[in-house]
Write a protein that binds this ligand. Structure first.
Ligand SMILES: C[S@@+](CC[C@H](N)C(=O)[O-])C[C@H]1O[C@@H](n2cnc3c(N)ncnc32)[C@H](O)[C@@H]1O
Length: 365
């Protein structure tokens, strides 16, 4: 009876077809070593794969959304079955007219759930797997319908060419940061509009700050203090392609190292809270937690952190982001978990996935 009900439950939509957290920040923060066991929120899959490049003993990927697990599975299959440039074509990082054929080469080893998920999304595959999530669709809408009304293509290209810091600041102030830009940006990235079209309303449940004000300030930082020419996340938002500066897992130099370690990766469609509550003895050395804690209220966050510390080995590192909600170790866990604020702040200043208000790095004592 229960299985019949479950069988009819539609798979939730894919929320993220890419990881929108900077893998370079993650890898520097976690400093994964051979022998480490890593826990990683799957999301789009890229950052979990990036961890494999450091040859840990094991990576356990989890996500509560089966569509995200299907996203990770397809990437794993693409690493196994395709050449590097073919994988980039399938994901949409390079133009392609043969994505359906590339998918057919990957689909054999997929689990039946992941195969059914992608078989039902032929159009999304044709467009490039990396634009198939709700967030990417929202950003695509912004790029196609909103951006051209404010900034013509040539100006977007000029922004993305970067330059010296002085040139970037002058260009941003003089040509980009107009009143019209700020006005439209504030509307499109307001809580109300994002709730309607992009992010689930539940994501804002514990948020207190104006999201568009925060995003505008962080965008200025990404376009002036950092160089847009080196930023695959910004390039994708404004052009629909990563450009030559790709996220870590998609760079040619990391392809073989990741592929060689795919057997060390396992994945489970589970809530973080569930795996933490049942992982004994202490197992994990490194944890990529995305910004999952801000989807929990403060009490559940603290409970999850306690369980995580029971599941973590001494010296374990926890990396997570804050987008809308400030989450960091509560005082009640001071004897078990130490913040690493200096490195975290330095990494946050360099975070190419610029939208987060904070990056947190903590170490189990
Ligand atoms: C936390 S979301 C955030 C992605 C991105 N940082 C953003 O803000 O747009 C990333 C992934 O975490 C998963 N996730 C969120 N809470 C989770 C939980 N408690 N257990 C397992 N997965 C979770 C979601 O399904 C999603 O695929």
């Amino acid at each position: 009876m229960l299985s019949a009900l479950l069988d009819r439950t539609p798979t939730p939509a894919l929320a993220y077809a890419q990881c929108w957290e900077d893998a370079d920040v993650l890898l520097e923060a976690l400093d994964v070593q051979p022998g480490h066991c890593c826990l990683s929120i799957a999301s789009g899959g890229d950052n979990t794969l990036a961890l494999l490049a450091r040859s840990p003993q094991r990576v356990v990927a989890i996500d509560m959304n089966p569509a995200q697990i299907a996203s990770l599975e397809l990437r794993v299959a693409a690493f196994r079955a395709l050449a590097h440039h073919e994988m980039l074509e399938l994901l949409g990082s390079l133009p392609s007219r043969r994505r359906a054929a590339l998918y057919r080469r990957c689909r054999g080893p997929l689990s039946s759930d992941a195969r059914a998920f992608w078989d039902a999304r032929a159009e999304a595959i044709e467009r490039g797997v990396g634009s198939a999530g709700r967030l990417e669709q929202y950003l695509t809408l912004f790029r196609r319908r909103i951006l051209p009304a404010i900034h013509p293509r040539g100006r977007v290209e000029r922004l993305l060419r970067g330059g010296t810091r002085a040139e970037r600041e002058a260009f941003y102030a003089r040509e980009w940061d107009s009143r019209a830009w700020r006005g439209v940006f504030r509307i499109f990235f307001s809580r109300a509009v994002m709730g309607l079209a992009g992010r689930a309303r539940s994501h804002f449940r514990y948020a207190q700050q104006s999201i568009s004000t925060q995003l505008l300030a962080r965008l200025r930082h990404a376009c002036t203090a950092l160089d847009p020419a080196d930023n695959p996340y910004l390039q994708w938002i404004l052009t629909g392609r990563h450009g030559p500066a790709r996220p870590f897992a998609l760079r040619a130099e990391n392809f073989e190292r990741i592929r060689a370690n795919l057997d060390r990766l396992e994945w489970h469609c589970l809530r973080l809270e569930t795996i933490l509550a049942c992982t004994r003895p202490a197992t994990f050395d490194r944890c990529n937690l995305s910004d999952a804690f801000e989807y929990m209220d403060a009490t559940n966050y603290e409970a999850a952190l306690r369980d995580l510390l029971d599941a973590a080995r001494p010296g374990a590192r926890l990396a997570y982001w804050n987008l809308l909600v400030p989450r960091s170790r509560p005082a009640s866990l001071a004897s078990r978990l130490a913040p690493r604020p200096t490195l975290a702040a330095d990494l946050h200043a360099r975070d190419k996935a610029f939208f987060y208000r904070g990056f947190v790095l903590e170490e189990a004592l």
